[in-house]
Design a protein around this ligand. Structure first.
Ligand code: SF4
Ligand code: SF4
Length: 374
């Protein structure tokens, strides 16, 4: 089983699409569901580690992903847990600024590190703050030179400021030859500011055509370089298309991937912080192998591409953060991705038949913090 562990709600950044947005005013949302939030949730992890370890021990092969806020603000706890916890694999999702706080022998135990970067320096710093890109890249170089050989994923948040083609190409050209993989996620949390954004136009005229271009780039690279680039929004769905498989929710939330809150309650997803109505248990007495599942529902169940999309996001499926029109725009981006990948499928099959690449080149760790469907 996969578990995210929320170490702290604090963060050392105030990114424009995340905490900074909390200070902006918002519009009324007609359809939004009122969700009970546990306001007493501690900011810092407050569970006894032996209780957590006892819970994890009941799973023969747990994977633990450190998450926040910014988890490296608790580098002390991470160092302790990586040394002691009964866990098969460790991962972390970090903004990368404090990676130099961990000793190399701890960093080198991670199988996967997801580092938030939005693309080139100007774009990243515009969203995340001046000097962030360079400091993060310094740390990325540092951990590589200290022997980290695991998967290093550049995780982008994509807003209307992004030229998606240029940003993915930039990270893929691998500044300093460091990243093995790329994932991106749309900033579709309109948080009541849809009318103040140009998301609709941008999605139609820039993002969706950009995805078509990137899929072509991706398959051209397979043909020319005999290599399947690890671009997660393409990699995971294409593997399923090649195998003729439908997918459940691709991030695994609510059935394979759960999140441990700072007070030990277990939520279906790391974003459902404090959503106590959806907790599936507590680490003090839950069986990690038999947690309640929380399924996708609503309109997704009638969607013709549910098997491709998986429902995109359990959190938004439950909270209904969008007006109808807004939801349709997001779903059109999924349909566009589906069209681009299914359109490329015959060419990919041919490259496999000609042995330029193999089906195994698409294999990857599932539920590694990449949501897959942007
Ligand atoms: S495309 Fe939209 S409606 Fe269809 S499964 Fe995905 S999220 Fe649900
Ligand atoms: S895609 Fe949605 S359900 Fe999945 S981890 Fe992200 S917020 Fe949670």
């Amino acid at each position: 089983m996969y578990f995210h562990l929320i170490l702290t709600d604090n963060c050392n950044l105030c990114c424009s699409y995340c905490r900074a947005r909390a200070f902006q005013s918002s519009e009324e949302k007609g359809e939004e569901v009122i969700i009970e939030i546990d306001s007493a949730l501690p900011v810092e992890l407050s569970v006894e580690l032996p209780v957590l370890y006892k819970f994890l021990k009941r799973d023969p092969a747990p994977t633990l992903t450190f998450y926040g806020g910014e988890p490296l603000l608790r580098a002390d706890l991470i160092t302790t847990m990586v040394s002691d916890a009964p866990v098969s694999r460790f991962m972390i999702q970090t903004n990368g600024l404090l990676l130099d706080r961990l000793p190399p022998e701890i960093v080198n135990r991670f199988s996967t590190i997801l580092v938030s970067l939005d693309g080139p320096e100007g774009l990243t710093d515009g969203n995340r703050g001046p000097g962030v890109y360079r400091k993060v890249m310094d740390n990325v170089r540092l951990i590589r030179s200290n022997g980290f050989t695991g998967e290093l994923i550049a995780r982008m948040t994509v807003t209307e400021k992004a030229d998606i083609v240029a940003a993915v190409r930039w990270l893929s050209q691998n500044p300093d030859n460091s990243f093995t993989s790329i994932h991106w996620q749309l900033d579709a949390d309109f948080a009541g500011d849809f009318s103040g954004r140009r998301f609709e136009k941008w999605a139609e005229t820039e993002y969706n055509p950009g995805i078509q271009t990137l899929v072509r780039d991706w398959v051209d690279h397979m043909e020319g370089e005999r290599k399947v680039l690890r671009w997660y929004p393409f990699l995971d769905p294409m593997e399923d298309l090649l195998n003729g498989r439908a997918s459940r929710l691709r991030c695994g939330s609510g059935y394979a991937n759960y999140s441990i809150m700072t007070n030990g309650h277990i939520a279906p997803c790391p974003v459902m912080i404090g959503m106590s109505d959806y907790y599936v248990g507590h680490i003090s007495d839950a069986d990690p192998l038999h947690l309640k599942t929380v399924p996708i529902g609503g309109d997704c169940l009638d969607c013709t591409i549910l098997g491709f999309c998986g429902g995109r996001c359990l959190y938004s499926n439950i909270t209904h953060p969008w007006e109808d029109r807004e939801r349709k725009i997001v779903c059109i981006t999924v349909k566009n991705l589906n069209d681009a990948l299914t359109g490329a499928l015959p060419r990919v099959r041919e490259l496999i038949a000609k042995k330029r690449i193999s089906l195994e080149d698409f294999s990857h760790e599932k539920f590694n913090g990449c949501e897959i469907i942007p």
